[in-house]
Design a protein. Structure first.
Length: 283
């Protein structure tokens, strides 16, 4: 298995477990202090998005370690959560630093370290497809639902997670802050969508058997202009029958894509001189 894939997979799973453990631990502390209302604790956008991100990282990390493709839908959700965490980091560190009841180390972990790690993972590791711009709107339903719930609670029981959402500040203030928050989410999402078009490190080599990975010295990357599909990697190798590492000489074309590629019937195996050729298409 590719060493990069192992590092990425275990890194994701481990970071997800750490964040989930921290959230559970601090919630247990609040319960011990008599403040264990789950609707208050998980009413914070930071806690909700961090918990969702931890679960997604665990799932994608396990899939990478097992050498399996991450479903495009799961990658889309990871991109959305990445955008949310960017907004969490920016708003907390620039607009409301030092607020909240969490210990400083928990705030630093959830509002700085974790969002930074998730963003770097998205930017540097290229196991995600190009997110289509037509799906950018999918960033909005979750925060709109969260805002609606928070505003209803603010009117009914007076609880809001953040002071700028207090109803007594007036309708004008609420509109400005809500529009600003949604605009920030769209802006962060645009950055995440754009970053999905960078190549990053290719960890899909983990899906190849060792002898296939060793017999692929030539690699060509291609992408249709203007396409929203991920890059296509084509690896080819020609070996002679007396090659020390090959039990069967072949020319193997391996196409890697996060989207399913239909298998085209291949021509029968043929022999030219001392070298035989074959082709295989893999997802």
């Amino acid at each position: 298995m590719c060493a990069i894939a192992v590092v990425v997979g275990f890194g994701r799973a481990a970071s997800g477990l750490v964040i989930a453990t921290v959230l559970a631990y601090f919630y247990a502390v609040r319960i011990a202090l008599g403040d264990g209302n789950p609707f208050d604790y998980f009413g914070y956008f930071t806690n909700q998005t961090s918990l969702l991100a931890s679960l997604i990282l665990i799932a994608t990390g396990v899939l990478v370690v097992l050498g399996r493709s991450v479903p495009p839908a799961l990658t889309l959700v990871r991109g959305i959560i990445t955008a949310y965490l960017l907004v969490v980091a920016v708003i907390y560190n620039l607009l409301v630093p030092g607020t909240g009841s969490a210990p400083p180390w928990v705030s630093a972990l959830l509002h700085l370290v974790f969002p930074l790690l998730v963003a770097l993972d998205w930017l540097l590791v290229g196991d995600r497809p190009r997110l289509p711009w037509r799906r950018l709107w999918m960033l909005l339903p979750y925060p709109v639902l969260w805002l609606t719930t928070v505003l209803i609670r603010g009117v009914t029981d007076g609880w809001v997670p953040y002071g700028f959402l207090l109803p007594e500040r007036g309708i004008a203030s609420l509109i400005v802050h809500i529009v600003g928050l949604l605009a920030a989410i769209i802006a962060a999402g645009a950055l995440v969508w754009a970053a999905s078009r960078s190549p990053g490190l290719n960890v899909r080599a983990a899906e190849l058997s060792p002898h296939r990975a060793l017999s692929a010295p030539f690699r060509q990357r291609s992408r249709s202009p203007g396409s929203d599909h991920p890059p296509v990697y084509i690896s080819m190798a020609i070996s002679s029958p007396d090659a020390a590492h090959a039990s069967d000489s072949s020319c193997t074309a391996l196409i890697h894509s996060a989207d399913p590629i239909p298998v085209v019937p291949m021509a029968p195996r043929s022999t030219i001189g001392a070298t035989s050729f074959s082709a295989a298409v893999t997802e």
